[in-house]
Write a new protein. Structure first.
Length: 562
């Protein structure tokens, strides 16, 4: 019985020590592929505006829910696949929404909204979702050229798009309204088997509401791979660690990731192909990241980082840019309102973002001991502060190399190397660390116990915090890599205001947008919004995401009188 228990312990230990990438690849082998369905608030925009969208992720069995991915990637691209801008948004239960700002300098032309998950990149670009948009820049005469090269079929309405769907109904008491009059909609959605997985609502000028999709033909792909794991916990960063001299991958190597300004460090171990994956915290905006690898004898380290956005070649057919008379009138009104909005409108909705800011406390919590440098007389080297003062960490020489030794009888403290940090960046060259000028160090924190970070165990932690947060002038490892990484984005004004006060100008080009219409227990919902100041015809577009991966759509036309 003892031998059997011992065998179980050995197996458990081996599994626990296996690189995370190896376990992950086996875990997701054969997982159902993902697909995306999406819609935007409209399809005609002025440069500088925001594109509002909603997306629902399904698996290959056309079922919403139970999706592995928790992040959706959204790009605005040209027909030849060039990225204009891009953002990343969280998914909740397979559903997400956001608003992608169009750069002010974007020239007029046809563009595409491209949506996908990281897991979808394993199977090429066929199952990505593409929505064709028309963008107008009233301040520039350049026009994006047409694209005749395509790896897709011709633009057609998305699958399962039904006008006046019986499962999704929209009614209102009249069709003509005066400016600033309150408009009330009665929405009914089936609650049984035909109940939609999600409902969005937009109210936009009639000439700005046409939605065209580009489903691709399913053909044999020569780019299938298991390189990209699903982002089950949030955003991730992946890459490969190789020996630059031989070009071969380095397995079982520790890779460290530090987010500058965040008092945390992430550590993972490479798999047999030298690959690594970091699960990143839900931080907002762009941050500077430093990646480094622990030095290994005879290895010239090089860290290769995967592109966070899909850079696969892509060509979508786009017609020659033309505008009808109605579109010209609509574009003029949109441009005028967009100009007014830049002067008068600001985001006033509270930020309900789930994203957190930088960490205030150290990831290891309360240190065992803190050495404040200004409490002691000046010493010429940092090593003397450790060895001359009654401190729980000392500097010793082992095999001709200096290392930290802790006053702790636990065997793990000698089995594993300590984690040495300088302003929350891992540095494994202790000679460089001890050469830092003591006058530039504010204090030193020590954790006098084994510490597990990710799937790596450390024999304690020694953390140096500089006075100016500038690494105290130390040269960071040459094998390290600084990158400016785009974390998650959040759309604080995802529900455009439906009712405006009389003393506020009304520059709404999208009169109303709500990506997640709440359905009552009986399937009935009432939505109200204020009629816009700009007269003309408007389309009320109610879009339901069916549970089989398609769209159901109901529209009504209203008129705003002079």
């Amino acid at each position: 019985m003892k031998e059997r228990c011992l065998a179980y312990v050995v197996v458990f230990f081996l599994l626990a020590q296996a690189p995370a990438g190896l376990r992950a690849q086996g875990l997701y082998a054969g997982a159902a592929a993902e697909k995306i369905q999406a819609c935007t608030d409209r399809t005609l925009y002025i440069s500088g505006e925001k594109i509002f969208f909603k997306a629902v992720v399904y698996n290959e069995d056309n079922r919403a829910g139970g999706i592995l991915s928790r992040v959706i990637y959204c790009e605005l691209i040209t027909p030849d696949g060039k990225k204009v801008t891009g953002m990343k948004y969280l998914l909740e239960n397979g559903s997400g929404h956001g608003c992608l700002p169009i750069p002010q300098e974007t020239i007029s032309g046809y563009y595409f909204l491209k949506l996908y998950t990281r897991f979808m990149r394993n199977n090429g670009t066929d199952d990505y979702r593409y929505i064709m948009l028309k963008i107008i820049n009233p301040l520039k005469t350049e026009v994006l050229p047409a694209s005749g090269t395509s790896d897709t079929t011709q633009a057609v309405p998305g699958p399962e798009v039904f006008a006046d769907s019986p499962g999704l109904r929209l009614s209102l008491v009249k069709n003509t309204f005066s400016p600033r009059e309150l408009i009330t909609l009665d929405i009914h959605a089936d609650t049984g088997n035909l109940a939609p997985a999600g409902i969005s609502l937009s109210v936009v000028p009639e000439s700005a509401s046409g939605q065209m999709y580009f489903p691709v033909r399913h053909r044999a792909e020569d780019h299938n791979t298991d390189r990209y794991l699903p982002e089950t916990r949030g955003l991730s960063l992946s890459g490969q660690f190789i020996d630059k001299k031989s070009g071969k991958p380095v397995a079982a190597a520790n890779i460290n990731l530090s987010i500058l300004g965040n008092k945390d460090i992430l550590v993972v171990r490479t798999d047999s192909a030298g690959r690594f994956v970091f699960a990143l915290p839900p931080l907002p905006g762009n941050r500077d990241i430093f990646l480094s690898a622990m030095a290994q004898p005879g290895i010239v380290p090089e860290i290769l980082v995967d592109n966070d956005y899909c850079s696969r070649p892509l060509h979508l057919a786009a017609p020659r840019f033309t505008m009808s008379g109605e579109e010209l009138k609509t574009a003029f009104r949109l441009a005028l309102n967009a100009r007014i909005a830049t002067v008068f409108m600001t985001d006033t909705l509270p930020d309900a973002s789930p994203l957190r800011e930088t960490t205030e406390n150290a990831f290891y919590g309360q240190p065992t001991e803190v050495l404040p440098m200004d409490k002691f007389i000046d010493m010429p080297t940092l090593e003397e502060y450790f060895n001359e003062l009654p401190f729980i960490a000392k500097v010793k020489k082992v095999g001709g190399r200096k290392t930290f030794w802790f006053i702790n009888p636990q065997p793990e403290m000698t089995m594993y190397a300590p984690l040495v940090l300088v302003d929350w960046v891992a540095v494994d060259d202790l000679e460089k660390v001890l050469a830092m000028p003591p006058a530039e160090i504010e204090h030193i924190e020590v954790v006098n116990s084994p510490y597990i970070k990710g799937n790596v165990t450390f024999g304690g932690i020694v953390s140096f915090i500089s006075k100016k947060n500038d690494f105290a002038g130390i040269d960071l490892p040459a094998s390290g890599k600084f990158i400016n990484f785009g974390f998650l984005d959040d759309c604080s004004d995802h529900n455009l205001p439906g009712i405006l006060p009389r003393n506020v100008p009304d520059p709404r080009n999208t009169v109303y947008w709500n990506p997640s219409i709440p359905a009552g227990t009986d399937g009935n919902t009432i939505i109200s919004f204020t009629a816009p100041d700009t007269p003309g015809k408007y389309t009320i577009l109610l879009t339901g995401f069916s549970r089989t991966g398609g769209l159901v759509r109901t529209t009504k036309t209203i008129v705003i009188s002079q």
